[in-house]
Design a protein around this ligand. Structure first.
Ligand code: ATP
Ligand code: MG
Length: 407
């Protein structure tokens, strides 16, 4: 079954429009139907031509676009498909007609250079809002075969984003068919699945990825309340520490316990060299970490990746395993939001600085892109390092991978 909105994607090649833009919620049935429509159009109208299939990276394009497309029964019942992974080419044949679909990644340096040398009869750009504008303009410039069409899909971002301003708001002038999707436009999702996806996001990410709206990130970064605070300390579990390093700026370390279901921040250490009018040395901080940990068996200490010297100090002592934190800010924040929302993360009431920062940490509303104000973010950065580096690997895998983990 195909939804009414999806039928419009299938009808697009026969319309007066030169390009199609599908934006909206995650899992709303944009990419799958667009890729089918793209291949059908290419095979019906051209032979021996080159088409571009673009994702954020070459890898994400294989995973999110090419593999799902070429595994569809509908596609391999109609076409014979040859995948040349090393050459990044998918060759599709139907009787006498053969076309070539080359894979590109908007964020991959090599791809951007390669695309300049190509001549396309059409390109499909999946998750276009994650690509640089220069790559998209280059892809457009390469579509010089007569009758060439362009296909775009993305999830919403900030309303000041170049794709929203220059393409979506300009759709009419560009002769583009703009279709807005919500999860209800995907007929394959059951109520239960819809609810599960809805529970993965909150705050600005809920508005964008579930409601499909282009909204700015504003107000407090995290929706935090009494529900996220606990008075209990787990009896046992896997212990870990996360550190946001600072000498003049505050230094924040959190002690975590993962009991297989919940990660509790059980203690914190917070020191502001500026407020105390005295800086601590790395060795002194190391001693403080030891006091925070006590006798607990700690599996790893995750540290601010920019604190190379402090990482070295921990290593030299040879007592704890140390890891550089993964510092992807926005995916990290979205992951923390999700785990606060579904109760995976709890903060012990004694972690006063952490609770204080939750009430202060805000989005920078003057910025054109998602950016938190770098203030009152020390314990929260430490929390994010733990969550995005260690915790997300422990929480059970969902069959559907949220957008912010797909790249
Ligand atoms: N009409 C349909 N019938 C059966 N399955 C469908 C239909 N439309 C979409 N699906 C399936 O639903 C899932 C989500 O669809 P798709 O990947 O196209 O969504 P999307 O809008 O691109 O999502 P995202 O924004 O997360 O990339 C896929 O597994 C797809 O195969
Ligand atoms: Mg998609």
């Amino acid at each position: 079954m195909i939804s009414e909105k999806q039928k419009k994607i299938l009808a697009f090649p026969y319309s007066k429009f030169d390009l199609i833009i599908c934006d909206g919620s995650v899992r709303s049935g944009k990419t799958s139907i667009m890729s089918v429509s793209f291949v059908n159009w290419a095979m019906e109208n051209y032979s021996n031509q080159l088409f571009g299939l673009c994702g954020k990276t070459v890898d994400s394009c294989w995973k999110n676009l090419v593999i799902p497309l070429t595994s569809m029964t509908y596609i391999h019942e109609r076409y014979s498909i040859k995948i040349k992974r090393a050459e990044k080419i998918v060759e599709i044949r139907n009787g006498e007609v053969t076309n070539y679909f080359e894979i590109f990644g908007g964020k991959d340096e090599g791809s951007a250079a390669l695309i300049q040398g190509r001549t396309f009869a059409g390109v499909l750009l999946d998750e276009v809002a994650l690509m640089p504008e220069s790559f998209v303009n280059q892809a457009l410039a390469r579509c010089s075969v007569e009758g060439a069409k362009m296909w775009f899909s993305c999830n919403p971002d900030n309303p000041q984003h170049w794709f929203y301003v220059n393409w979506i708001q300009n759709a009419k002038a560009r002769n583009a068919l703009h279709l807005h999707f919500t999860m209800r436009d995907n007929p394959s999702l059951s109520e239960k699945t819809l609810e599960r996806y809805e529970s993965m996001y909150s705050g600005v990410f809920y508005k964008r990825y579930i409601l499909g709206e282009w909204v700015a990130a504003e107000g407090l970064v995290y929706d935090f309340g009494e529900d996220n605070i606990t008075d209990d300390i787990p009896d046992s579990g896997e212990y870990a520490v996360s550190v946001d390093y600072g000498t003049l700026n505050p230094f924040a370390a959190c002690l975590w316990c993962w009991d297989g279901k919940t990660a509790t921040m059980i203690r914190e250490y917070y020191y502001s060299g500026r407020n105390e009018h005295a800086n601590k040395t790395d060795e002194e901080y190391y001693v403080e970490l030891g006091k925070l940990i006590g006798d607990l068996p700690v599996s790893a200490i995750v540290v601010d990746p920019s604190a190379a010297n402090f990482i070295e100090v921990i290593k030299r002592h040879g007592k704890y395993k140390v890891r550089k934190a993964v510092n992807d800010v926005i995916p990290g924040i979205a992951t923390v939001q999700r785990y606060l929302h579904d109760g995976t993360i709890k903060i012990h009431r004694s972690c006063k600085n952490c609770i204080r920062e939750f009430g202060l940490y805000r989005w920078d509303e003057k910025s054109n892109e998602d950016k938190p104000i770098k203030d009152s973010d020390h314990v929260l950065d430490s929390l994010r390092y733990y969550t995005f580096t260690l915790l997300r690997r422990k929480v059970g895998k969902e069959p559907y991978i949220p957008l912010y983990e797909r790249w």
